[in-house]
Design a protein around this ligand. Sequence first.
Ligand code: ADP
Ligand code: MG
Length: 274
Amino acid sequence: MTSIEQLHDTLGGLGLTALGLRLEGLLEKASKGEPSYADFLLEALNTEADARRQRYLKTRLQLAHLPYLKTFEQFDFGFQPSIDERQIRELRTLRFVHEAGNVCFLGPPGVGKTHLAVALAEATIRAGQAAYFMTAHDLVEDLGRAYREGRLERRMKVYVAPKVLVIDEMGYLPLDELGATIFFQLVSARYERSSIILTSNKSYGDWGSIFGDPIIATAILDRLLHHSTTINIRGESYRLKDRRRAGLLTRPEEQPPVLPAAAPNRRIKRRHSE
Ligand code: ADP
Ligand code: MG
């Protein structure tokens, strides 16, 4: 058995697969560059360490349950001037994660709320912390089921454990009483311990209608907003951008005025004289 064959055997036995794959290349490079013994060992071990980091990152990203993978580099801030880039730069430092603060992205559909939430989750994972993504609807449904089956406490841990929890699309659908109570429990359990990144198409003033009860809405907002950053995005939908460019849509100001739809159950009052 040659020493190279023995090396492969040993590396395989130790589970150093990435180093095994690059062994010949590394040896050839070393024979040409003649690095010091220490530098050679460092490069060899870094090969394995880098591969492990990549594997770890991939697993964490898969576990995070992200709807798609988007980063800050892919976000066109020029398209969305209502976003203060300084605020985003601050968020990207992940100080809010260390301080267990929350982030809320508010705005109409298609303006990049989920994109930015996913980018923050990705950055968190890249920094070595766990993140988990769920829509508000799926989260409440999942915990509601756990409650009915008597395993709420155990299931709650899935949403309490990650350092960052993204709750997407808060307010698209109203919650019933159980849903609101469960949501309150979750926000309370994470309060000052770990971060929530939330996206919503509703402004805070409309949260009473999401929870059907202004008292619980206030209690939730109180905890959620105590240490938090709110990013209000007021631009237009990025999804419509390409369609608009293709001439399928016009800008809002170019659109003909539309008559408001009549409320279905409201009769038009006739004046007495008629
Ligand atoms: P929403 O605000 O409804 O959550 P998304 O974040 O899902 O919208 O954005 C819709 C799509 O448009 C996604 O594919 C997202 O990556 C893309 N997008 C939105 N805003 C931007 C932007 N400013 N730059 C690049 N892509 C964007
Ligand atoms: Mg979204």
